[in-house]
Write a protein that binds this ligand. Structure first.
Ligand SMILES: C[S@@+](CC[C@H](N)C(=O)[O-])C[C@H]1O[C@@H](n2cnc3c(N)ncnc32)[C@H](O)[C@@H]1O
Length: 305
């Protein structure tokens, strides 16, 4: 990637040019949205146009912003320096737009993007420097490694994971629990781990229970694997003191991966959720292979024994 020279205040510190304002209105952008950023993210072409795909992408990120902005507003009260970790950041569309629309105005708070693909991390670092988005950091590491990385703070307020591949969402949940996150916003991606376990014990389960018909055909194995995974994730979060809402991420109509899991920390650990989780693992023959995903349940059991 070509090096971009650092440049601050691309929009002129709120003194918007009439032409820029006109483009923003025409394109349905949010007030204060940096045109320069949208061009750098290739959401806008160099001459300020937006194609169908980019329009959809922006609509998706704005839709997600509606859920995250109130959390940021609440958690940054009383001069608190709000921190957000975005896992499986990719090109960091979400992080950049959150910074542009919220963190920039706030004047405090920090976003960390975690991503395993080095070129994407380098590109995001360069873009943040170019735009003067000083309170953004990008780490080239896995979600799991970031949990204990020295470069990461001990606490985070918000954890996001938008289509973080496969088990990266589980790692993001483990990260959020370790960092005592006040809120988690998760849009899971395809998930293969549970489907693989179901596939392995299919013959045994078919002889044991008619429920195994739900995953006899390969396409059903994949679908129910995904479904069970998200149900287990919700129960785990509830068992650890989070109130969970599951909804649809509108704007992702074209995608099967449009489930949005919103978790808010209340401190009310639901024992019934822990029990249900264990029962489901047993029912689906997953207890041996999946217990490692829920270490805090085992810790709670050991405490009670
Ligand atoms: C489908 S992309 C989504 C990117 C971005 N969140 C978005 O919605 O535009 C998933 C990203 O997660 C990254 N990823 C996958 N597994 C990861 C892991 N274990 N740790 C960190 N990043 C991971 C991939 O390299 C990829 O860039």
């Amino acid at each position: 990637m070509t090096k971009i020279k650092p440049q601050r205040d691309v929009n002129g510190a709120g003194k918007k040019q009439p032409a820029v304002q006109g483009i923003a209105e025409q394109l349905g952008l949010k007030p204060g949205q940096s045109i320069e950023l949208l061009k750098a993210l290739h959401i806008l072409t160099r001459d300020g146009k937006m194609n169908q795909d980019s329009r959809r992408k922006l609509k998706q990120v704005y839709h997600l912003y509606q859920f995250i902005e109130p959390l940021l507003a609440e958690l940054s009260q009383n001069e608190h320096t709000v921190s957000l970790a975005d896992h499986g950041a990719g090109k960091s569309y979400l992080g950049f737009i959150l910074y542009d629309l919220f963190f920039k105005q706030l004047g405090r708070g920090r976003i960390y993007g975690i991503e395993t693909r080095a070129p994407l991390v380098e590109a995001s670092q360069q873009l943040a420097a170019h735009l003067g988005f000083e309170r953004m950091a990008f780490l080239n590491m896995s979600v799991a490694d970031s949990t204990h990385a020295d470069a990461m703070p001990e606490r985070f307020d918000i954890v996001t994971a938008l289509h973080a591949c496969d088990t990266a969402t589980d790692d993001a949940i483990a990260f959020g629990l370790e960092k005592k996150a006040r809120a988690m916003v998760l849009v899971p991606c395809c998930q293969a781990e549970v489907a693989a376990c179901l596939r392995q014990s299919k013959a045994l389960q078919l002889s044991r229970t008619p429920l195994a018909e739900l995953w006899r055909h390969p396409i059903h194995t994949r679908e129910i694997g995904s479904q069970i995974t998200n149900v287990l994730r919700c129960l785990y979060l509830e068992s650890q003191g989070y109130q969970v809402t599951v909804t649809e991420l509108v704007g992702w109509e074209h995608s099967m991966k449009n489930e949005l899991i919103l978790a808010r920390y209340t401190g009310q650990k639901k024992r019934s959720a822990a029990e249900r989780l264990q029962q489901l693992l047993a029912e689906f023959g997953l207890d041996a292979s999946l217990q490692h995903r829920y270490p805090l349940l085992a810790a709670a059991d050991a405490k009670q024994a």
